[in-house]
Every structure is written in C-alpha cells, then in structure tokens.
Design a binder for this molecule. Structure first.
Ligand code: VGL
Length: 213
C-alpha cells in the first residue's frame, strides 16, 4: 500500500499494555497480545510521528466486574457502558507498555485514558463516550498536517476499533496493520473489522505491504 511522504504519516500504538496479554491472566488477556511490539516498531518506521495510548484505571473504578455483576453486564453512568475485570492499574505490570516499545515520554504524543473512576472510554481520541472532550490526538495530527494514520495495538474489537472509527470520522486516511493487532474474541473482531472496512479503513496483513509513494 502506497503511503504519502513520511511527515504526513503518523503511527499509533493503541493500548499496547501487558494488561491485554496472557502475561496478566487475571486482567483482560488477549491471545498473542504480547507478540505485537516488533510489528508496531516496524510500522512506526514508515511514519514521521509516533503516537500512543494507555488505559490508566483506578482500582476503585465503578465499572469493575464482580461475582454478582460479571464482565459485560451493563453499568450505570454517563461515561461507562459495561463492566470489565479490573485492568491497567498504574503501578502494576499490566499498566506497562510491551517490552521493546518506547517509553511513553519518547512518543511524539501520548494519551492516558480512563483515569477517572467513572469513565471508561475506548477510543484514544476522546475522554468521554459522547466524544465531546478531545484528548488532543486529532488536534496533534491536524496541527502537523498528518493525513494518514497507521494503527496497531490492543484490542482489535474494542480500543483499536473505536480509535479507527474516531479517526475516520475526523477525515483521516486510516490503515490498520493486522499483524500489529489482536482481538479479545474472534466474533467481535470479525464484526469490528467488517465495520472498519465498510467505514473506509484500509487493512494490510503486515508492514511489509507498506511503501512510500
Ligand atoms: C479494551 C476492553 C476494555 C481495549 C479496554 O483496550 O481494547 N478492551 N478496556
């Protein structure tokens, strides 16, 4: 797939954290989630800007699943939708980015999301589910005249999916690198991929398909 000049291309690592890998089995383990760092680095080499995001959640978050209220059950609140196992708590292993990725401070732009205990956003572009409160990511891209965004990270069917939809709605050309993503479940990942394609996202199998025009 042909890319514009490097300065017009950004690469984003969505929530590439151990919480979404088998390294943290009690959190939200995604099969193969811990294998994507090299592919994220490979796609970033095609971009003039590297962006990233992390979930950063409170242990007392309102959406934490329990025996009575299991994962995927609905939860009341303006900025939460369903319950999840507790994950991505700062200070724990699950919060950390995958080994081999840069330190958050070394990205060109970085987003920490879901810090408030009663907010659980998915996409990296907005703090709230109603998408009124920008994280600044879209402004960063526009301010640097970026028009094409390479996306990888975790998970295909949740945070990658929502980030891609938000970027498409903002008018960017979006390319998802399949080898740099993994999904929570096969069915929801298939559904998410079909919807992303229908909305105009492009997919490559891996960064080997990328080239500058
Ligand atoms: C995610 C489910 C819950 C993700 C985050 O990063 O895809 N999925 N929280």
């Amino acid at each position: 797939m042909k890319l514009p000049a490097k300065h017009r291309v950004a690469s984003i690592d969505v929530d590439a954290q151990y919480t979404f890998t088998p390294v943290c089995p009690g959190e939200l383990p995604v099969a193969g989630g811990d294998t994507i760092a090299a592919e994220l680095n490979r796609q970033a080499a095609f971009a003039g800007h590297r962006l990233g995001s992390k979930d950063a959640h409170s242990p007392s978050a309102t959406w934490v699943a329990s025996d009575d209220q299991p994962a995927f059950s609905p939860v009341e609140g303006a900025n939460v939708d369903i319950r999840w196992p507790l994950h991505a708590v700062p200070g724990t292993r699950g919060f950390e980015l995958l080994d081999g990725l840069p330190h958050p401070a070394d990205y060109d732009f970085f987003v920490w999301k879901g810090v408030e205990p009663d907010m659980h956003p998915y996409g990296a572009c907005y703090h709230d589910l109603a998408e009124r409160q920008s994280t600044g990511l879209i402004e960063y891209l526009r301010g640097h005249a970026v028009d094409t965004v390479l996306v990888g990270g975790l998970a295909t069917d949740y945070c990658v999916f929502h980030t891609v939809k938000q970027l498409l709605a903002a008018g960017f050309n979006v390319i998802v690198n399949r080898a740099a993503t993994r999904g929570v479940a096969d069915d929801s990942s298939r559904h998410a991929i079909a919807e992303m394609i229908q909305l105009g996202a492009h997919f490559v199998h891996d960064a080997g398909e990328l080239e500058h025009a």
